[in-house]
Design a protein around this ligand. Structure first.
Ligand SMILES: C[S@@+](CC[C@H](N)C(=O)[O-])C[C@H]1O[C@@H](n2cnc3c(N)ncnc32)[C@H](O)[C@@H]1O
Length: 214
């Protein structure tokens, strides 16, 4: 068995889910093997790059939402950087169950980005979202709610594939939000191979915005 090919195929299987219900079920099934497959197996680099940029911008004593926290890889790295007030939110209860075992989050909420989020306006000082705003996952319209729940002056840091940015409405949405005075771009990273041990020649970038008005 070609285990590397198997892992690449599993990522494709996830991304080809026909709706959010199927996506949730597939992540529930994958949850126990996610860290072994994606992090150890394919060398998932999204969390490292995002947290490195986040830590350069965001002070430590803040309340953070990890949107699409998955099994908690981002939370672990944030904790390693000295953050200790992190909330995990995800579509999949199975992924949140794995995140719970990492002992790095204060709260766990099962919610779906793309529709209204069950958080009050200005609930968080910062939001981080890695590997979530992508094909078959959370759409560009999710950004409205992320801005609403982040206080003015707070940061939103997320990863995005350059092709998804270009072709899936993110470019237009991000620019419109800036033109409307909702947020301003602080930094965008170089493109990096997000699964360097896998076969796919695919890239991500990290985007950082500061909220102006929610
Ligand atoms: C590739 S994983 C990334 C997990 C984690 N952020 C990481 O970097 O390892 C994508 C996660 O987003 C969640 N997800 C997908 N679509 C979502 C949505 N619309 N709302 C909330 N979570 C979603 C999935 O359940 C999964 O846990």
């Amino acid at each position: 068995m070609d285990i590397e090919k198997d892992r690449d195929e599993r990522v494709q299987w996830i991304c080809s889910s026909k709706d959010n219900k199927e996506l949730e079920e597939r992540y529930n099934q994958w949850a126990k093997d996610y860290d072994t497959d994606l992090d150890e197996g394919l060398g998932w680099m999204g969390p490292q790059h995002a947290v490195e940029l986040f830590a350069r911008l965001v002070p430590k004593a803040v309340r953070i939402l990890d949107a699409g926290a998955g099994t908690g890889l981002v939370g672990e790295l944030l904790t390693g950087q000295g953050y200790n007030n992190i909330v995990a939110m995800d579509l999949s209860s199975g992924m949140l169950e794995e995140a719970r075992k990492k002992n790095v989050y204060r709260e766990f909420h099962q919610m779906m980005m793309g529709g209204p989020l069950d958080y009050a306006t200005d609930s968080f000082d910062a939001v981080i979202s890695v590997g979530v705003l992508t094909e078959g996952h959370a759409p560009a319209s999710s950004l409205d709610e992320l801005i609403r729940i982040t206080r003015p002056g707070g940061y939103i840091v997320f990863s995005l594939r350059p092709d998804v940015y270009r072709d899936n409405g993110f470019k237009e949405k991000q620019n419109a939000l800036e033109a409307d005075g909702k947020w301003k771009l602080v930094e965008v990273s170089e493109e990096f191979r997000h699964l360097p041990k896998g076969k796919a020649d695919a890239y991500h970038q990290i985007w950082a915005y500061q909220v102006v008005s929610s």
